[in-house]
Ligand binder design. Sequence first.
Ligand SMILES: [Zn+2]
Length: 640
Amino acid sequence: MPHSVTRLDQGRPVAPTRGTLRPLGISEVRITDGFWADRQDINARTLIEHCEQWIARSGWVDNFDAAREGRMPGAHTGREFADSDVYKLLEAMAWEIGRSGDQGMNARFEALVDRIEPVQEPDGYLNTYFGRPGQASRYSDLEWGHELYCYGHLLQAAVARGRTTGEDRFVEIARRAADHVCAVFGAGGIERVCGHPEIEVALVEFARYTGDDKYLEQARLFVERRGHHTLADIEFGRAYFQDETPLRDTAVMAGHAVRALYLAAGGVDLAVETDDRELLEALRRQLGETVARRTYLTGGMGAHHEGESFGQDHELPADRSYSESCAGVGSVMVNFRLLLATGEAEYADLIERTLYNVVAGSPNETGTAFFYTNTLHQRVRGEVPPENELSPRASSSLRAPWFEVSCCPTNVARTFASLGSYLATTSADGLQIHQYAGASIAADLDAGPVAVQVETRYPDDGLVRVSVTQTVDSEWEIGLRVPGWADTGATLRVNDSAAEPVGPGAVPVRRRFAVGDTIELALPIAPRFTAPDPRIDAVRGSLAVEAGPIVYCLESPDLPGGLDVDAVRLDASAPPTLGTDGITVALVPQSFDDGAWPYRTTDGSLPGGTAGAAFAAALIPYHRRANRGPATMRVWMPCE
Ligand SMILES: [Zn+2]
C-alpha cells in the first residue's frame, strides 16, 4: 500500500526553491527494513535518549535554568558552545517525532523548550555563556565564542520542528533569534562573522522555511564577509576558520574540516537560492579537489589532530586520521545539496561511502557509545573508556559514552532521524533513488502522485528490486544510481525482460508504468582489493578490501595466537574471498628485528621482516570495528 503524504512540508531537511532535483521528506521516504532501518530503530530506542541523559547530566540544560535564576557565570558548565548540543538534540528529537509520532518524546521536547524559552532576552538574544553580569559581553569573542554557531543549530532545530509538527513557540524562539541576528549583524551593524560557520546554512534554510528573504540576505552577508580577515589571526592561522580567502576564491578545503564543510553547505544553499553560478561552480571545484586529494577511503575528512583540520594534498595518514564523525555529517550535507543542484550521481556516491563508513561507525550497536575521531589504523589495543565518565579527549581507541566536546553524538542522531530524506529525490516527471534500503517512497510528479516499494538486503546483497505501487496515466521515469565502484558487472532488468549491463551513474527507466511493474538492479558486491594513489605516502604499498560500499578492516581478535595487525602482511597474490566465514584474505606472519635503532644501511634492497606460512583471516566491516574490546585494527594492509 502506498503511504499517504500528509505532513507539513513532508519533513525535508533541505528544501531548495530551485535545482535539478527536488528533495523528498521523511514522510515521503520511509525506511522499512535493513541496515538503515536498524540504525533508525537504535536512534529511536536508545541513542537519542542516551544524548538526552548525558546532556542533562553534563549540566548543559541546567545552564538555561542557571541563566534564568541569575546564577551565572559561576554555575555555567561545559564549553562556550554547550547550548548547541541542546539544540542539536532538539533537532534530532523533532525529526524523530515527525518520523514516528512518539508522543513521549514530544513531551520531553516541550519540557526542554520550557527551560530554554525564559532565557531569551527581549531583543531575541539567547546564549547561556555570554552577556550577563560577570560574563563576557555579547559578541566580544567572535573567534571562539560560537554565539552565531549556537543560533545556527537553534534555527536548524526549529526548521525540523516546523516541517514536522508545525509552527509553535519553539519556532517563534528561533524567529526572534534570527531577527536579532539580522538586526545586529546586518549592513551597518557588526560587520564580522562567527569563528565557526553554521549560521549561514541555517539562515538559508530558515529563509526557505519562512519564505522571508531577509534571512537569505543575512546569510549572503556572512558568506561574502568571510575571507576578508574580519576575525583576528590565531595560532592556527585564519585558514582554520576559513577567513583567509573568500569562499568563491578558495581552491580546496582547508583548515578545520567541520567548519569548512558547514560553510560549503551554506555556500551551496546561497548559490542555489540567489542563482549565483560562479559561487556554485567554485564550490563544486572546491569539493572535487578535496575529494580527489584530501579524503580517506572511508569518505572521512580531516587529517590533522591539530586544529581538527584538513592536511595538504595526499597527506592522509591512516594512523593519525582525524576524520571526525561530524565532518562525515558535514560532507553528507554538502554532497546532498550539490546532488539536488546538479543531479550528478558522484555526489550520491560519496554520500553512500561516508554514511556507511564514517557516520554508521561512530555509534556502537546499542547507540550508547561513540567515536569522535575515526582512525584507519589502531596501533595499540588501548583501554576501555570508563562507562560512566565523560571522556576528555576526542580520540579514543574504543567508543566512549560522552565527550567534553560532544558534538558528534547529536550530529549522528539528527542524521539518522532524517535519513529517509537522503534516499530519493523527484523531478517534474521522475523519481530518482540514490541510496538503497528497504523503503516505501511516494512522490508528487506533475502528472500526479506515484509510489514505489524498494526491497533489498543491500549492502549484504547487491540485488535491489523496485516495484511500482502507484502510478499515473502517462510516461514517467524511475532513475537508479549505479555506484562508481560498480564499474563492471551491474545489470538492470524491467519486468521479465533480459538483464542488460549498466555502468556507473544515474540509469533512467522511462515508460508508462503499471502498478506491479518491477525493476531489478543487480550490483556486484564481491570483495575487491583497492589500491591508494602512490602519492598517499602513508599507505604506499598497501591494499584495502572493499565489498559494495563497505570498507573492510583487519582486527586483532580475528588473528591467531594473539597477533597484532602490524605483525602480518597481506599476500596480494590471493584475492579476497567471500565464504561461510565472511570475507577472508591471505596473510603472512612477519617477524621483525627489534634492534636498538630502527634504520639500517642497505645494499639497495628493501629490508623486510622474516615471513612465516600464509594463513586465512577474516575481515570485518570497518563500521563494526572496536566492538570486541581493546584491539588493534587496520584498513590498509601492507603487501611487503
Ligand atoms: Zn563532532
